[in-house]
Ligand binder design. Structure first.
Ligand code: FO1
Length: 318
C-alpha cells in the first residue's frame, strides 16, 4: 500500500472506466479509489446486476470486452440462447462468464453482505489494485420520463436503445440514501489530494451519484481540488447518448454546458484540445489535453494530465 497522495474518482460505465484504467495504471496500489454509479443497477431474471461496477471490475482486471465496452471479453452465450429458446427475456444480454458475477453477487447480498462488501470481495479475487466502491449500499434507481411514459433505466437504455425522447430523470431512493461507508472514509482521508469526475454522462451516470445528498455536500464542501473531464468533444459524445440526451433536455451539447452543470462542485474542467477555448464559469479553470482514449497509452496520458491539473489547482490554492 502506498503512503502517497490519494485520489478519488466518480465514474459511470464505459467512458469513465477508460480514465479509471489510466489512473489505476499510473497510481500505486492504495492511491486510487473509484466510486461507481449504481443508479443503473436492476434486478433482472432474479439477479442483481450492477453494470457500472462490473464495467469497472472487468476493465481494471483486464477482463473487459473492448469492442462492446460492457461485459467480458471472449464471452460465450449458451445461457442466452437457452433462455431465448424457452421464450424467456432476452433483450438484456448476459454472457455465460458475466452471469457468474450476477449469480454470486445475488447470493452474497441475500446472505446479508452489502454491495460494498461484495464489490470489495470481487475486486480482491480479480487482483485489482485500486478500490472500487458503490456510491451507496442503499438502492438508488434511475428512471427516465419519456414521451412513452416512465421507464426504468435499463428498459430505456438497452431495451428501447435510448430511442424514446427523454423529458426528465429521477433517481428513486437517492434523497434518503447514505453514501457507502468506505466512500465517506475516502473523502475524509487526510491524504486525499484531488477528486476527479470521469468523462461519464453527466446526466445519466454522474448525477445519480451527486443525487445522494452526502455526496453532493461532500463535493460542495471539498477541501481538495475537484476536476471533471468533459465527455463531449467538439459538440459530440465520444460514445453513447450524451449529446442526444442533452439536446432532448433542451441543452446545447457542448463542453461549456457540461462545465456549467458542475458549477460549484469543481475547480477545474479538462476539455479536449479541440475545445481549448471553452468558456467556463467564474472560479473554474479550464485545462486542455487530448481526451479521446483509443489506446491504453491515451488512457495513461489523460490520467497524467488530470493529475497534473489537480496538482496545479492544489498549488494555486496554497
Ligand atoms: N448494454 C447494451 O447495450 N445491451 C446489453 O444487452 C447489455 C447487457 C449488459 C449486461 C451486463 C452489464 O454489466 C452491462 C450490460 N450492458 C448492456 C451495458 C449497460 O447496461 C449500460 O452500458 C450501462 O448501464 C450504462 O452505463
Amino acid at each position: 500500500m502506498s503512503g502517497g497522495p490519494k485520489f478519488l474518482a466518480l465514474c459511470g460505465g464505459i467512458g469513465g472506466a477508460k480514465l479509471a484504467l489510466g489512473l489505476d495504471r499510473v497510481l500505486a496500489a492504495g492511491q486510487f479509489t473509484v466510486v461507481a454509479n449504481t443508479g443503473d443497477d436492476f434486478i433482472h431474471l432474479g439477479l442483481h446486476v450492477s453494470p457500472d461496477i462490473d464495467t469497472l471490475l472487468y476493465t481494471l482486471a483486464g477482463l473487459d470486452d473492448p469492442a462492446k465496452g460492457w461485459g467480458r471479453r471472449d464471452e460465450t452465450w449458451t445461457f442466452m440462447k437457452a433462455i431465448e429458446a424457452l421464450g424467456g427475456e432476452s433483450w438484456f444480454l448476459l454472457g455465460d462468464g458475466d452471469l457468474a458475477t450476477h449469480v454470486e453477487r445475488t447470493r452474497r447480498l441475500a446472505a446479508g453482505e452489502t454491495l460494498s462488501m461484495v464489490t470489495e470481495a470481487f475486486r480482491q479475487r480479480l487482483g485489482i489494485a485500486s478500490r472500487i466502491l458503490p456510491m451507496s449500499d442503499d438502492a438508488v434507481r434511475t428512471r427516465v420520463r419519456t414521451d412513452e411514459g416512465w421507464l426504468d433505466f435499463q428498459h430505456y437504455f438497452v431495451r428501447r436503445r435510448c430511442e424514446p425522447r427523454m423529458e426528465a430523470l429521477e433517481f428513486t431512493g437517492a434523497a434518503s440514501a447514505r453514501m457507502a461507508p468506505a466512500v465517506a472514509e475516502a473523502l475524509a482521508d487526510p491524504m486525499l489530494a484531488a477528486i476527479i469526475i470521469c468523462p461519464s454522462n453527466p446526466y445519466l451516470s454522474v448525477d445519480p451519484i451527486l443525487a445522494v445528498p452526502e455526496m453532493r455536500d461532500a463535493l460542495a464542501a471539498r477541501s481538495v481540488p475537484a476536476l471533471a473531464v468533459s465527455p463531449i468533444i467538439a459538440g459530440q459524445a465520444v460514445k453513447g447518448p450524451t449529446a442526444k440526451v442533452m439536446a432532448e433536455l433542451g441543452l446545447e451539447p457542448s463542453a461549456a454546458t457540461v462545465a456549467r452543470h458542475y458549477e460549484g462542485l469543481i475547480d477545474g474542467f479538462m476539455v479536449d484540445t479541440r475545445d481549448a477555448d471553452v468558456e467556463v464559469p467564474t472560479g473554474m479553470r479550464a485545462f486542455a489535453a487530448p481526451t479521446l482514449m483509443r489506446s491504453l497509452e491515451d488512457r495513461i496520458d489523460l490520467a497524467r494530465a488530470v493529475l497534473a491539473a489537480g496538482a496545479e489547482l492544489a498549488g494555486a490554492s496554497r
